[in-house]
Design a protein around this ligand. Structure first.
Ligand code: FAD
Length: 294
């Protein structure tokens, strides 16, 4: 199924996972997939590292298992900065053979130590290329606080519109901790004529170091309320975990109340955290999960 179809009947709730490091045992990720599948998300997406050092061969295997072994729709991420057209065609053949329909088409981060291939300059080039060379459903990445390379949010929104015009029929955002930022972005996107569903990317905070690393990496602002929470639980990791989960639940509740199309949860491969968030929020996402279970 094309994941954009899901938005026609319900609010969409999905998970993101990543392949284990090359040195880590591979089995654990399949246990994670099994536990996440029990929660009956609308889909699970699997990342693919643009840098080349990551365990990318697992992306396809995991996405295939999600779909074919657990019956959950899967999305394969595909960053193109270090790929040739031939590489992409080969990957499309593999995805087709695995029955995977949905691709999150990305440019990927440019590594200063690594000369990019320069065959796909932007995600929109990859989206156009895939459209011409296969029958896939394409999703694009969006940045509520603006992508860090872009001179202005307005330019970034124009570039996002180009991505949609090239063929992305669904968007998933970078993580953010301040819903007001998302609402302002959503309004700008609508003003620019972007009409495809936009899923809000939510990452539960599980520890302070991880939050600071992700916020720097993704350019996400840390609002005062969250900063106070970090300070309050400075010496209490379990307390911070509970407070981080409560913060994510509150964010999701507000997003749903404000008519957001859906939420994509960055699970960080932690099914227990996903389970706790799911338990408190799944009723907000409409009946399809229950219907599918029944
Ligand atoms: P683009 O859409 O190409 O945008 C990149 C920059 O170029 C932006 O500043 C944009 O404004 C600008 N731009 C776009 N088009 C033009 C144009 N025509 N002219 C001038 N400027 C332009 N990375 C991974 O390596 N693996 C993953 O699995 C992964 N998953 C992700 C999932 C989500 C939901 C998100 C939000 C990000 C993910 N990323 C992943 C990170 C992503 O690869 C980086 O943020 C990357 O720097 C940008 O990728 P993009 O596809 O958004 O690029």
């Amino acid at each position: 199924m094309r994941t954009s179809e899901l938005f026609k009947t319900k609010k969409v709730f999905s998970f993101e996972i990543f392949p284990p490091k090359r040195t880590a045992p591979v089995d654990i990720i399949y246990q994670t997939v099994a536990q996440l599948s029990d929660l009956a998300p609308d889909f699970i997406s699997v990342t693919y590292g643009a840098g080349g050092s990551e365990n990318n061969t697992e992306t396809l295997r995991i996405a295939r298992a999600v779909k074919n072994d657990y019956g959950i729709e899967s999305v394969a991420h595909l960053p193109s900065v270090n790929l040739t057209r031939r590489d992409v065609l080969n990957l499309l053949d593999e995805l087709k053979a695995a029955g995977i329909k949905n691709i999150l088409a990305l440019r990927g981060d440019i590594n200063p130590d690594f000369e990019p291939r320069k065959e796909f300059h932007y995600a929109s080039d990859l989206i156009s290329f895939i459209k011409e060379n296969g029958d896939f459903h394409l999703i694009g990445a969006a940045y509520p606080e603006g992508h860090r390379e872009c001179a202005s949010i307005e330019d970034d929104i124009r570039n996002l519109k180009a991505k949609v015009d090239a063929g992305a029929s669904q968007l998933i955002t970078q993580l953010f901790f301040d819903n007001a930022v998302f609402y302002a972005f959503r309004e700008r996107a609508a003003h620019a004529g972007i009409e495809v569903p936009i899923q809000a990317g939510i990452m539960p905070i599980t520890n302070k170091k991880q939050l600071e690393r992700m916020a720097t990496l993704c350019g996400a602002g840390i609002p005062g309320k969250l900063r106070s929470l970090l300070d309050a639980y400075d010496d209490d990791p379990d307390g911070l975990l509970d407070a981080g989960i409560a913060y994510a639940i509150e964010q999701i509740g507000d997003l749903m109340a404000q008519g957001t199309d859906g939420v994509h949860l960055y699970t960080m491969n932690n099914p227990e955290v996903a389970r706790r968030i799911h338990a408190s929020t799944h009723e907000l996402f409409g009946s399809a999960i229950a219907m599918r279970r029944g």
